[in-house]
Each structure stands twice: as structure tokens, then as C-alpha cells.
Design a protein around this ligand. Structure first.
Ligand code: CTP
Length: 407
């Protein structure tokens, strides 16, 4: 997906071992359709060569404010005027301090100072030792650069090149790409708290076995990502799936439908949008054996009986908050035939403003899907596309319906 098509990123590298990750970040931005102009400090050149960055970006790298290639000899002006954003990755503790002071004695800091502050955003991916990160001077400087208009992308936690473990690692290239993409997305859902359920549920029979289904959770996770990109504060209640949590999303893992109901009802108390994508098991075993159910050698199979699970979407849609118009509820319908009729009937049965229909066997486990949006007035098809593309379109559709709903 060309998420950064048409975007020109000035990628600034400062001195830190995380420079090796910047090579991959550059590649990812180019793969996402963006163009990259690399600018490196002298310290960055100690960690990675301009040759590597030139090969990956397809452009000669700038390292000096005296670069004579520019006809007017002002690379700090020319480079910053072309940029849709300046991304500093890695941004060292020293460079953050330099930004705070408005220093301008080498190309990268000079360019950051000279950028048109209203038009060219500055994104910072700090990288440093955990003690340096925790130091009050660094934290004070970060607050100041944020107050001066920069966006601080945060840091990762874990093993550091110095051998210590803690906060301060640069975010991984894929995480940075996700953050940069999110930064450019229109903030259609700013101020909203969006809750989404995703994946299957697992209904235990004994400690070893249970019943579940083929839902991969991909649609729900794509929705969580798209909602965060659109500026919402996102809670994702996930059944058992092995998908990475989208950046900036808080995730609650659950197993059974009853666990999912409890976690969802709790989070729904403060949510303004609820989207139910989970493929909740309709039934669970009536009894749960504490020990493994064993064969007794007679060839007889165990007699299993089931009870119906709670309908999570229905419970949320019937809640006081939803009934008062403070929680916009969206359901999904996985059907195998007659999508339009089933989706219309299901929307009315669940008492929700918007229902998204899809054909179950054509979506489970797939990376793309086709959706049918059904509301009280109309139906609209979103043709087959990657789930993230559809999730972004769905956020636009929801945002368009909210003004009539907000109380
Ligand atoms: N859903 C839910 N809790 C359940 C069952 C379904 O929250 N116990 C939600 C799903 O997340 C989805 C919607 O309800 O958003 C519709 O799910 P679906 O399985 O298509 O429909 P059902 O309500 O189970 O109806 P049917 O089995 O008759 O198709």
C-alpha cells in the first residue's frame, strides 16, 4: 500500500547506534511511496555511511551547511522548504538539547531552525541509553521541544547496545513508519474514544480443548489502526489471535465470550464509538470439566451440550449510554448468502445505526475483503480492497454519521 505517496520526507540522522535502523526506515518510506532526502550530522557518519543512505534513498546525502551543490549555497533553506515533514531518527540527547537552544552551527540543526514552523512538521524519534533518557535534563528538553511544536514519537524499551535494559531504544523502523503514516492522516475522530472487539472467542471444554472459529482478527486490528490514525483513543478487546498490537492502541486480551462481554462493557462506559467485529462463539459448552475428559475405552463419545453465549453487541447497543445517543454502535455481519437482506434484518434486530455486512468464507483469514454498509436510509458497497484500506474508508463513513448522533 502506498501510504506515503506524494510525501517528501527529510530524514535527519544524528549520532547514535540506532543509525543502523534508519537504513531500514528509509527503505520502508520509499516502499510506501514517499521520497526521502537524507541529512546527516558528523556524529551520524561515525555510525553509518552516507553511501548506504544514498543508495537506499536514491539521492545524494547532505552533511554540511557549506555544500556547494546548491546554486544559492543554502541547503538549510532549500531542503526544508521542499519537505512535507522532517523526521529525526535517531535523535540523540545532544541533538534534542541543541533543538531546545535553537543552535544553528551545523546543517541539520540549522535546517530545523530554518524550517517554516507552520508548514513543515518536525517529528522526533529519540534514541539513547536508559539513564540518559530518564535524566531530568532530557525529559525537560523533550517537553520544551514538544512545546515548541515538535512531535515526539516516543521510545521503545528493552535490551540496549550498551548492555543495559530499559527505556530509550529507538522505535523499530516499522513502528516509525506506522507513526509517520498516522501523523499525516486526517484527524476525523479526534476527541473520540473508540472501542473495537476482534478475533474469535475460545470456549473451553476442559483444560486442553475448546471450541472456536477461523476468525483471524485482521479486520478488527485494521480498524483499531485506522481509528488511531484518525485521532481516536482506541481500546481493542481481542480474542485469541497472534497479531501485533497497532501502535498507540491499548489492547485487552480475552479468551471466552463471557470474558469479552465483561471487558467490553467496562470499556464501553467511557467510549463514544463501538465497533463489534469479533466472531463471538454463539454457544459454549454447558459444563467445563476441571480435568481433561478421558476416553474410557468403551468407544462411547462424550455427550456434549451447549448454552447460548451473551450477545455482546446487543448488550452494548441496549446500554443506557448507547440508548442516550452517546455511543455510536457498529455491527458486523458474517453471512454466507443473501447479504443485503440478512444485513438489513440484522441491523434492525440489533438496534444499531450502522451494520457492515461481508461474506464470511470470503474474508476469514484474508488480507482483503469487500464490505456492504447498511444504515437506516441506504446501502453502500465498498469494493474488494486490503482490510486496512476498507477500515480507513469505514472511519470516514462513521465520522460522517456522527454529527447527527452526538448529544
Ligand atoms: N456479536 C456479538 N456477540 C455475539 C454474537 C455476535 O457481539 N454473541 C456481534 C458480532 O461481533 C457482529 C454481530 O454481532 O458484530 C453479528 O454477528 P453474526 O455472527 O454475524 O450474527 P449473529 O448475531 O450471531 O446472528 P446469526 O448467527 O443469526 O447470523
Amino acid at each position: 500500500m502506498q501510504d506515503l505517496a506524494g510525501k517528501h520526507i527529510v530524514l535527519g540522522l544524528t549520532g547514535g547506534i540506532a543509525c543502523y535502523k534508519s537504513a531500514e526506515l528509509c527503505r520502508l518510506i520509499v516502499k510506501a511511496g514517499g521520497t526521502v532526502q537524507v541529512v546527516m550530522t558528523e556524529a551520524a557518519e561515525q555510525f553509518i555511511t552516507p553511501v548506504t543512505m544514498q543508495a537506499l534513498s536514491g539521492r545524494t546525502v547532505y552533511t554540511s551547511q557549506w555544500d556547494a551543490r546548491e546554486p544559492n549555497n543554502m541547503p538549510h533553506i532549500n531542503l526544508s522548504r521542499e519537505a512535507d515533514a522532517i523526521v529525526l531518527a535517531p535523535c540523540s540527547a545532544d541533538f534534542i538539547a541543541r533543538l531546545v537552544q535553537g543552535r544553528a552551527d551545523e546543517l541539520l540543526s540549522l535546517m530545523c531552525l530554518a524550517r517554516p514552523i507552520d508548514r513543515v512538521p518536525l517529528l522526533i524519534a529519540p534514541a539513547m541509553n536508559r539513564e540518559m533518557w530518564a535524566h531530568p535534563a532530557t525529559q525537560r528538553n523533550l517537553m520544551q521541544v514538544a512545546a515548541d511544536g515538535a512531535t515526539v514519537l516516543g521510545v521503545g524499551s528493552g535490551w540496549q547496545a550498551c548492555g543495559e535494559t530499559g527505556d530509550g531504544r529507538m522505535l523499530e523502523p516499522a513502528q516509525l513508519l506506522e507513526d509517520i503514516t498516522a501523523f499525516f492522516a486526517p484527524k476525523l475522530l479526534a476527541g473520540h474514544k473508540l472501542l473495537v472487539t476482534a478475533g474469535p472467542t475460545f470456549e473451553p471444554l476442559d483444560p486442553i480443548r475448546g471450541i472456536t472459529n477461523h476468525s483471524s482478527g485482521k479486520m478488527g486490528f485494521a480498524i483499531a489502526r485506522a481509528a488511531r490514525e484518525a485521532g481516536a483513543e482506541v481500546t481493542l478487546v481481542a480474542g485469541p489471535v497472534h497479531l501485533p498490537t497497532p501502535r498507540g492502541v491499548s489492547r485487552i486480551d480475552v479468551l471466552s465470550a463471557e470474558d469479552m462481554l465483561e471487558a467490553t462493557l467496562r470499556a464501553a462506559r467511557s467510549a463514544s464509538i463501538f465497533i463489534a467485529t469479533a466472531a463471538v462463539a454463539d454457544w459454549r459448552p454447558a459444563t467445563h470439566s476441571e480435568q481433561k475428559i478421558k476416553k474410557d475405552g468403551s468407544g462411547k463419545t462424550p455427550a456434549l451440550s451447549f448454552v447460548e453465549n451473551p450477545d455482546i453487541l446487543l448488550a452494548v447497543a441496549k446500554s443506557e449510554r448507547a440508548q442516550a445517543g452517546k455511543l455510536f454502535c457498529v455491527g458486523f455481519a458474517a453471512e454466507s448468502e443473501n447479504l443485503v437482506e440478512h444485513a438489513k434484518a440484522k441491523r434492525e434486530r440489533k438496534g444499531i445505526p450502522l451494520l457492515v455486512g461481508n461474506i464470511g468464507p470470503l474474508t476469514f483469514g484474508q488480507d482483503d475483503n469487500a464490505l456492504l454498509l447498511v444504515d437506516a436510509k441506504s446501502t453502500r458497497e465498498l469494493p474488494r480492497a486490503p482490510k486496512l484500506t476498507l477500515a480507513r474508508e469505514l472511519m470516514t463513513e462513521i465520522a460522517a454519521r456522527l454529527p447527527d448522533w452526538r448529544v
